[in-house]
Design a protein around this ligand. Structure first.
Ligand SMILES: C[S@@+](CC[C@H](N)C(=O)[O-])C[C@H]1O[C@@H](n2cnc3c(N)ncnc32)[C@H](O)[C@@H]1O
Length: 226
């Protein structure tokens, strides 16, 4: 990501971390979808899972539930304010096997073997999601899983109103001063999510796609060969 875009994203998410955390944790239906995408990872007790762009840690309870107290959850994010909120959650819950790293997810090198990678509402922010998802897959052990959860424009019939609301939400939640976009941000988002999904489906032996919330939310999970 260019330095200017990185700084804009960090400032934006840093400023809104608390509000984001409230929406990310309390939005109706989202908790269930977070559980569903975690299911796609095929985690077992004792596993190590990395969450790229973990934000305030809204997925941690789902991941920790699956890897158990002997497993490890590593949350990676480049925004300090989001990580501070994630740290608050970890301390509140007393989780000693959930670790945070402030780093660029596109270049993060885990220090131990990784069984699975999760990214929710993140690949749409990457400059080159195809390459980055490929890089994440390179770091996963044979037989491991990767899962993505993202929002995008619905292709369902009669989805005009839903897509209008979605576009408004994308503009409101896109970092950047003045909001003079060269390309509509919802189209950029759709393209990036598609590229990320393509990278996963090309490498995985088994993929699973599903749509939720009138087609606005997409979950894609895949597993690598043993
Ligand atoms: C929309 S929030 C999603 C947070 C969380 N995954 C969730 O589902 O609630 C996007 C997060 O990704 C982080 N992020 C975006 N690009 C990143 C990158 N290249 N490296 C690390 N973090 C990144 C942002 O700082 C932000 O916390």
């Amino acid at each position: 990501m260019s330095q200017r875009r990185t700084t804009a994203a960090q400032q934006f998410y840093g400023r809104w971390a608390r509000l984001y955390d409230f929406l990310a944790s309390a939005a109706p239906g989202l908790t269930k979808l977070r559980g569903r995408v975690a299911d796609q990872l095929g985690l077992e007790p004792g596993d190590t899972v990395v969450e790229m762009g973990c934000g305030t840690g809204a997925n941690f309870s789902h991941l920790r539930e699956r890897v158990g107290s002997d497993g490890t959850v590593i949350g990676v994010d480049f925004t300090r304010g989001m990580l501070e909120r994630a740290r608050w959650r970890i301390e509140r819950e007393g989780w000693d096997n959930v670790h945070l790293v402030q780093a660029d997810a596109a270049a993060f090198e885990p220090r131990k073997e990784v069984d699975a990678v999760l990214a929710t509402f993140v690949v749409g922010m990457l400059d080159d999601p195809y390459t980055t998802v490929g890089y994440w897959l390179d770091g996963i052990s044979p037989g491991g899983g990767l899962a993505l959860l993202d929002a995008g424009q619905s292709t369902h019939p009669y989805s005009w109103a839903v897509n209008q609301a979605f576009r408004g939400l994308v503009v409101a939640s896109t970092p950047g001063r003045g909001k003079n976009f060269e390309e509509p941000p919802w189209s950029v988002l759709d393209e990036r999510v598609e590229e990320a999904r393509r990278a996963l489906s090309e490498r995985a032996v088994e993929t699973n796609d599903s749509e939720h919330a009138l087609g606005v939310i997409r979950i894609t999970g895949g597993r690598l060969a043993e």
